[in-house]
Write a protein that binds this ligand. Structure first.
Ligand SMILES: NC(=O)c1ccc[n+]([C@@H]2O[C@H](COP(=O)([O-])OP(=O)(O)OC[C@H]3O[C@@H](n4cnc5c(N)ncnc54)[C@H](O)[C@@H]3O)[C@@H](O)[C@H]2O)c1
Length: 452
């Protein structure tokens, strides 16, 4: 990017103009630049790394950027949590000069499109924490060069792409749709899920202008032709919020049905499976110990947070998120009830939690209900342990470290709490005289399994 000029504008002759010099050149927008990479992915986490590999697999020259050297080391050392197909893609990519891993933001100027894929968590008050996204967008905007597309893929509030990308680019003098292109297209990846190839999942794209939309479609088509266009960036942002809020509300409903069925002594899973035979108008959601990961416990709060500014209530969503947040506490209560029925006080019990990841087949502990459940049980005086091949230990919110139990049978648990069942989880060590609380609601192989 050329240096800033102080040329005065016709509209405001006395004001310095901060637009870059190239804006005033004879050919401001063409040719833009020659780019060494078709695109750069900023943020190589659960979403960004598979996305980078999908683009590379589709034939693109990919600059894969992460600010964390530790993350880059994990990727180079093959320690990143990837499904088998992506592991294979990484093997291919790392031996190809068209795939470049870096932590150097200066290289962003060499990429024709920049795809931002960094975390958008909530803080402990459930307020969106936009610090990481803002800093990533600032980094990209500061280095933007003419002709680049900047696409946000992190889940966020409606208007964020405009606030964090479009307006800052305009402030630098870029003309959106002419010198720079802006779009939003949320990632829909389901980490750990081998059933859906990344490239087969349709992408929803919204552009800041029709030209931006075209540019975004051109880039995304490098790895999938499965594209659905919407009329604006805001519609694309809202689509992602609807998808995950839909899941949150339905999981809360499934949890409520689990409690209702328990009261009426009916197997909720049997009921849901039966309802799912209806070929239209019903989609099965299952109860569980709560929700974890980086999406469902967080994303609806981005919507609720932004609605508060407008003084608008969304009571159904609020209620669903409250139910979801209280679910681990219900599991602790359920454990106490099951133990009490077996004549054991929670305070004296030894409880072994099976699986602590937030869902099967991932090494992701973010927002995992298991942490709150282990904490809650320990606070009531229980002796807790866990088995999960993905983790050697876990730190509870009070700072205490709980090491993984190596010998599950030797732990001699009064209660076994099934939280997450990874593929291949071994339960042959469970004795028939041990109490089992199945918070997954799906384990029929243990005859003595109970749900709360
Ligand atoms: N995890 C999911 O299941 C999932 C699914 C769909 C969408 N999403 C959304 O995708 C986004 C990313 O989530 P994730 O799970 O991949 O996060 P993650 O925590 O797994 O990875 C984020 C990566 O971004 C890196 N990073 C942070 N700041 C950076 C910067 N300024 N420049 C470059 N790299 C930076 C971090 O080092 C980390 O490696 C979130 O908005 C999330 O809501 C997540």
């Amino acid at each position: 990017m050329s240096t800033l000029t102080t040329t005065r504008t016709a509209d405001h002759p006395e004001e310095p103009d901060n637009r870059p010099e190239w804006i005033f050149s004879q050919t401001p927008s063409k040719p833009h630049a020659t780019f060494d990479y078709d695109l750069a992915i900023v943020g190589l986490g659960y979403v960004g790394l598979p996305t980078a590999l999908a683009y590379h697999h589709g034939g693109s020259r990919v600059l894969a950027l992460d600010v964390s050297e530790r993350r880059l080391d994990d990727i180079r050392g093959h320690r990143a949590d990837l499904v088998e197909a992506d592991r294979h893609r990484l093997d291919v990519a790392e031996n190809d000069e068209r795939f470049h891993l870096t932590s150097d933001p200066a290289m962003l100027a060499k990429a024709r499109a920049i795809i931002i894929c960094v975390p958008t968590p909530v803080d402990r008050h459930l307020i969106p924490d936009l610090t990481i996204l803002k800093s990533a967008c600032d980094m990209v905007v500061a280095r933007a060069v003419p002709g680049q597309l900047v696409m946000l893929t992190s889940t966020t509030y409606v208007g964020c792409t405009e606030d964090f990308v479009q307006k800052p680019l305009e402030a630098r003098g870029f003309r959106i749709g002419v010198d720079a292109y802006v779009s939003f297209s949320a990632e829909r990846i389901d980490p750990g899920n081998e059933r859906f190839d990344h490239d087969d999942v349709p992408r929803v794209i919204g552009g800041a202008t029709p030209e931006c939309e075209e540019e975004a479609v051109r880039v995304v088509s490098r790895y999938t032709t499965n594209i659905h266009r919407v009329s604006s960036v805001a519609a694309a942002e809202m689509t992602k919020l609807l998808e995950n809020t839909f899941r949150a509300v339905n999981i809360a409903l499934a949890n409520e049905f689990a409690d209702i069925c328990s009261t009426l002594d009916i197997d909720v899973t049997e009921v849901i499976d039966a309802a799912a035979t209806k070929p239209y108008g019903f989609m099965p959601f299952y109860p569980g110990p709560g929700v974890g990961g980086h999406c469902i416990p967080c994303d609806p709060h981005y919507l609720l947070w932004q609605l508060r500014e407008q003084r608008v209530n969304a009571p159904l969503i609020t209620q669903a998120m409250t139910e979801i947040a209280s679910r681990p506490g219900r599991i602790v209560d359920g454990a106490r009830d099951v133990l009490a029925r077996g004549g054991i006080a929670l305070a004296n019990a030894r409880i072994l939690v099976v699986g602590i990841a937030y869902k099967p087949d991932v090494s992701d502990l973010r927002e995992s209900p298991a942490i709150e459940i282990l904490s809650g049980l320990a606070e009531h005086g229980a002796t807790v342990g866990f088995v999960d091949n993905h983790f050697a230990g876990v730190r509870l919110p009070d700072g205490r470290l709980v090491d993984a139990v190596i010998d599950a049978a030797g732990f001699d648990a009064d209660l076994i709490l099934l939280h997450t069942k990874h593929t291949g989880t071994d339960l042959t060590w469970v004795r028939t005289d041990q109490l089992v609380l199945d918070a997954t609601y799906r384990d029929s192989e243990l005859a003595q399994s109970r749900v709360i």
